[in-house]
Design a protein. Sequence first.
Length: 301
Amino acid sequence: MRDCTRRQFLQATLAGTSLLATMPRIVGGQQATATASYQGSDVVPLGQTGIRVSRLAQGTGFNGYNHSSEHTRRGKASFDRLLHHSLDEGVTFIDMADLYGSHPFVKDVVKGLPRDKYTLLTKIWPRRESWVTPSGGAREEIDRFRKELNAEQIDICLIHCMTNDQWATEYERIRDELSQLKDKQVVRAVGVSCHDFGALKVAAAHPWVDVIFARVNHKGGEEYSCDASAAEVADVLRMARGNGKAIVGMKIFGAGKLVQAEEKAASLDFVFKNGLVDAITVGMLSPAEVDDTLAHMARVA
């Protein structure tokens, strides 16, 4: 159950915020219609996928590597407490990956919940590592993921961590098999997470892509875990959205470097007021961090 004091705080915050779009904004030379709210619990369309998600996703892969993450390394009790809190607060978009080892943790939390009350996003790691031997396609991986999640359907599956502009050719078999699974409604939407500017530009235009995970914040540049300057990334994301792609922003807080309240506010203002993303994912590690992120998002206007 949501904490009454916190709810009153958010209501008071919103009461002092103009929620009505009285004038259109000019974004990238085009007129953009302002939205009424940027709260993390808002349920919004994810591009043209037909999927609706909470505007904020609970990330499960902070410092993820070798089939683990800070979330999973803290243990089941900590993970359960965190995800239950996020779900209670309306953060129903769950961001996972094989790399993070978070599927079994999520499965236990969502067990018994109506399937339409949460959205499952995961990612296929396409490269051979000490912890994984990829099939080269997607069917084997998706079958395993569904067992790990005890889910008949995965809402969104991405090819994880694209690092060059040749990914569409390199991972053609993965794309083909994901498309087949999408046709069978085993997966509802497909796409990529990008860690390279060339990869991002290809994703923005590629007809196969439904959803892009993009590294974006107001600082930009490698120091803040972005693939190019803030302006360059913004231009590509506008193009991607113009092409009908759904954009989920990641590294909004610079992979943990943007910690001051004014820095967080500036980054959230940048991505939302410029219409760069449909939603964002943040690797919040505690209920307090969830509350902090929700409070900052409630102030965006």
